[in-house]
Ligand binder design. Structure first.
Ligand code: AMP
Ligand code: GLY
Length: 424
């Protein structure tokens, strides 16, 4: 079986790595991939843009691809699945209509209401004056969200009304993509958990709950990033997990009623509220990054069987998914990230890190003149797995200590909540 993966992050490297554990997989192609996917045996990068649907379709047909797996939200929201399906290809990832669950927060809220999902109260506005007046009337803290995709930067948790109003202005000025709507949302407190579920459009199969660390600084301080680390599994009680699963099932049923056969990953960003219940903060239409880098190393069921069951509508026939152990991923970022940073720094020490037994997933790297150099803000994700969190975290840190590039930064406290043994 040959598989083509679209994307260039740590998530896509982890998916490729997991697939390659199966002897059934003859070859993987990544569009465009990164330095990590370029270095694995039976894996090859194709120098195409992720948004070149025609080029991807032609390459997939030429290479006899059995399944195309789409990593990021942008091509999904632009309809890559619809296009490739029209070429007769099997595609893991929702159609453009389904991807609206991430690409439009107003649409997602409407689906949540219809599905009965517990979520923050929100109001939607099409112009700044009314939005600002509403924010003022509600008072701070309050959450301001751009409707559309904004590369993870479209949400402001405003501590003051003035901050909320600045965020509203910025969204309508187009600083976060071309959102035509602003959502103003009730501020929720609690612990965030990511529950990613596989779905074939009818059946839901949740993966292990994970938690990421979004802030740049230790103690969850400073600016938001694409994710500085993650760990799994989060201990969610069976009763709460059942409620979450029922909610995801209701969302899929709501999408079916709207004529959408949603296949792929439905990723719920949840807030576990202090009363032990949950509220949905957002839905994403894809695997999480860096959650995937801690979930997949723990998966025992062959991933290709699960992905194929989703696209063939056969998920209900799959035996229960099985898992082992715990994992933690520490992200090595370029100095200065999430603001301006340098690219092209030589990366050393990956073999030594891998020799300890860790998985080094590449994100912003490339091979240039036969050397591995940095090529993005989040450069690598180093995952340690073990029987316990203590083992997993110790391995991730021992391994990342072997790696260096100029300006390399990473958080020293990934998994800190595990140590205070939080469970829900
Ligand atoms: P979203 O893209 O909607 O998940 O928002 C990004 C981040 O903003 C979330 O991971 C939360 O940390 C935070 N956030 C979003 N909505 C809320 C809310 N209603 N209350 C508090 N924090 C929120
Ligand atoms: N880890 C956050 C995301 O993938 O959106």
């Amino acid at each position: 079986m040959k598989i083509l993966i679209v994307g260039n992050g740590g998530r896509e490297h982890a998916i490729a790595w997991k697939l390659l554990q199966s002897q059934q997989i003859e070859q993987i192609f990544c569009v465009p991939g990164n330095g990590g996917t370029a270095s694995m045996e039976r894996c090859q990068n194709l120098p195409l843009s992720m948004n070149d649907f025609e080029g991807i379709g032609k390459a997939a047909l030429k290479h006899g691809i059995s399944l195309v797996v789409i990593g990021p939200e942008l091509p999904l929201s632009l309809g890559i699945t619809d296009y490739l399906q029209r070429q007769g290809l099997m595609v893991f990832g929702p159609t453009r209509a389904g991807a609206q669950i991430e690409a439009s927060k107003a649409w997602a809220k409407a689906v949540m209401r219809e599905a009965g999902s517990p979520t923050a109260q929100a109001a939607v506005f099409t112009e700044a004056a009314a939005a600002k007046a509403y924010a003022k009337a509600q008072g701070a803290p309050i959450v301001v969200k751009a409707d559309g995709l904004a590369a993870g930067k479209g949400v402001t948790v405003a501590a003051t009304v003035a901050e909320a109003q600045t965020a509203i202005e910025a969204i309508f000025q187009g600083q976060f993509g071309d959102s035509r709507f602003v959502l103003i949302e009730e501020y929720l407190t609690g612990q965030e958990v990511s529950v990613l579920a596989l779905t074939d459009g009818l059946t839901i199969r949740p993966l292990l709950p994970a938690q990421d660390h979004k802030r740049i600084g230790e103690g969850d301080t400073g600016e938001n990033t694409g994710g500085m680390g993650a760990y799994a599994p989060i201990l969610v009680t069976p009763a709460l997990m059942d409620k979450i699963e029922t909610d995801l099932q209701n969302v899929i049923a709501t999408l079916q009623r709207r004529g959408i056969n949603y296949q792929g990953v439905l990723y719920a960003g949840l807030m576990i509220t202090p009363d032990g219940n949950f509220k949905v903060l957002e839905f994403n239409c894809r695997f999480g990054d860096p959650e995937t880098q801690v979930i997949l190393p723990l998966l025992e069921t062959p991933i290709e069987d699960l992905l194929l069951a989703c696209v063939k509508g056969q998920l209900s026939q799959m035996p229960p998914i099985t898992w082992t152990g715990a994992a933690a991923c520490v992200v090595a970022a370029a100095g200065g990230y999430p603001r301006a940073y340098q690219k092209g720094q030589l990366i050393k020490g990956i073999e030594a890190a891998e020799a300890l037994g860790a998985c080094v997933f590449h994100a912003g790297t490339q091979v240039k003149d036969q050397q591995l150099v940095t090529d993005g803000g989040r450069v690598l994700g180093v995952t340690g797995s073990g029987k316990t969190f203590a083992e997993a975290i110790a391995l991730a840190y021992a391994a990342i200590d072997k790696i260096n590039f100029e300006g390399m930064y990473y958080r020293r406290d990934i998994g800190h909540r595990v140590k205070s043994s939080v469970s829900f």
